[in-house]
Design a protein around this ligand. Structure first.
Ligand code: ATP
Ligand code: MG
Length: 413
């Protein structure tokens, strides 16, 4: 788990603001769920034999002896909340959430035990246009964040549960013929979750995986036409993609569409955003049969990607106020409030711990501010202030308080 330091938060805030704006522009609403859920919820939704449930959850007993878990992902909790509050009965829903998730993984670059996800989920829509809309949101987001050329879309269809069962049998047969080539992880998965073998990151397994039967060959007409329609949409919209028949995702609840947005900039932790359709999960969690598709983006990986490009971010301080003398100190506090009334978005820091002009100028400079607003007792008795540009050689000008406000307005609006 890691701290995000004040030098890093401006980039986070910039990204978060853009994300909110883009999601708003598609008519999505925010939902906020608790960080803790009953352990049972994750076992039932994510699947007993997935990496997350088998070895990554932070699970504990509370004082009543109930088993609780720090959420390892948001989809289950979001759906739990929607069922609990009967949100799914009336109309289609488009939701997003943002916050920390917890997985006890081996920490490494791009992989943390507490990490932040943006989750986007839609319910009640079966058609390919809803899958497409989610891909459009990300396409727009990448563009707005200036990293569109650094990510690519990989797409696959996992079919229905029935289609996957037939495939699974054939896949297990294939691997059974090559038992000697399976690594430890894959041998374990052969009888619990054989599709996950396809997802193996072990280079020694790549050849074996490459020759394995392909799920796409086992899909029925309905699944195929749904998939074709998404591809046709993307072609129409000019969004390029690669079909990756090995893309299976780590969670059990997916059906039909799955996708990942992948980058080459971040080494082996290259999947920044991933998701897909999970129609069966609603019924599985006790709701009426319905449709669902969604994705989650890992914010730490996004931020690492954003660090490879220059994005303008807000400075912590625009204007720094220097006050020297008893009268100036008193009047300065009042005038600072008047500036904030007139310019609510300007970041004005007041030197509140005293000192000489010289030492306060040093602090003003260090703050990164563009301008110093300077009040000495003489200026105050004349109703004036001085403004000095700290980032160029324009010198210092003496103005009335009203002129000073007008000057700052002209700079910051
Ligand atoms: P991976 O294959 O990298 O383990 P996953 O399949 O477990 O990913 P999801 O559960 O689909 O990932 O989560 C969606 C996104 O959340 C990932 O693509 C990634 O960006 C991010 N993510 C997942 N686990 C972590 C983690 N431990 N640390 C940081 N980000 C993570
Ligand atoms: Mg994982």
């Amino acid at each position: 788990m890691h701290d995000v330091l004040p030098t890093e938060t401006p980039l986070w805030q910039t990204a978060e603001a853009i994300i909110r704006e883009v999601l708003g522009s598609y008519g999505y609403s925010e939902i906020r769920m608790p960080i803790v859920e009953k352990t049972e919820l994750f076992k039932r939704s994510i699947g007993e034999v997935t990496d997350i449930v088998e070895k990554e959850m932070y699970t504990f007993e509370d004082r009543n002896g109930d088993s609780l878990t720090l959420r390892p992902e948001g989809t289950a909790g979001c759906l739990r909340a929607c069922l609990e509050h009967s949100l799914l009965q009336s109309q289609a829903h488009r939701l997003w959430y943002y916050g920390p998730m917890y997985r006890h993984e081996r920490p490494q670059k791009g992989r943390y035990r507490q990490f932040i996800q943006l989750g986007v989920e839609t319910y009640g829509m079966s058609g390919p246009d809803s899958d497409t809309e989610l891909l459009l949101i990300m396409d727009r987001l990448w563009k707005r964040l200036g990293v569109r050329d650094k990510v690519r879309l990989e797409l696959n269809s996992l079919g229905t549960i029935a289609e996957r069962l037939v495939y699974r049998e054939n896949l297990v047969n294939y691997f059974n013929q090559h038992l000697d080539k399976l690594d430890e992880d894959s041998s374990r998965r052969l009888h619990t979750n054989p599709l996950r073998i396809l997802d193996s990151k072990n280079p020694a397994m790549q050849e074996l995986v490459a020759d394995a039967p392909v799920l796409m060959d086992y899909l029925g007409e309905d699944t195929i036409s749904h998939f074709q329609a998404i591809k046709a949409n993307l072609d129409n919209l000019g969004i390029s993609y690669q079909i990756n028949t090995r893309l299976v995702r780590g969670l059990d609840y997916y059906s039909k569409t799955v996708f990942e947005w992948v980058t080459d900039e971040l080494g082996s932790q290259g999947t920044v955003c991933a998701g897909g359709r999970y129609d069966s999960l609603i019924e599985q969690l006790g709701g009426k049969a319905n449709f669902a598709v969604g994705f989650a983006m890992g914010m730490e990986r996004l931020l690492a990607l954003l660090e490879t490009v220059a994005i303008p971010t807000a400075k912590p301080v625009d204007v720094y106020m220097i006050r020297v003398g008893a009268l100036a100190e008193q009047e300065g506090l009042r005038f600072a409030e008047a500036i904030r009334d007139a310019l609510p978005t300007v970041r004005l820091q007041v030197g509140v711990d005293g000192g000489s002009f010289k030492s306060q100028f040093k602090k003003a400079d260090k703050s990164g501010a563009d301008y110093a607003v300077i009040l000495g007792d003489d200026e105050v008795s004349r109703g004036e202030v001085a403004i000095k540009s700290l980032r160029d050689e324009q010198g210092q000008q003496t103005l009335s308080q009203q002129q000073a406000v007008a000057f700052l307005q002209s700079r910051y609006f």
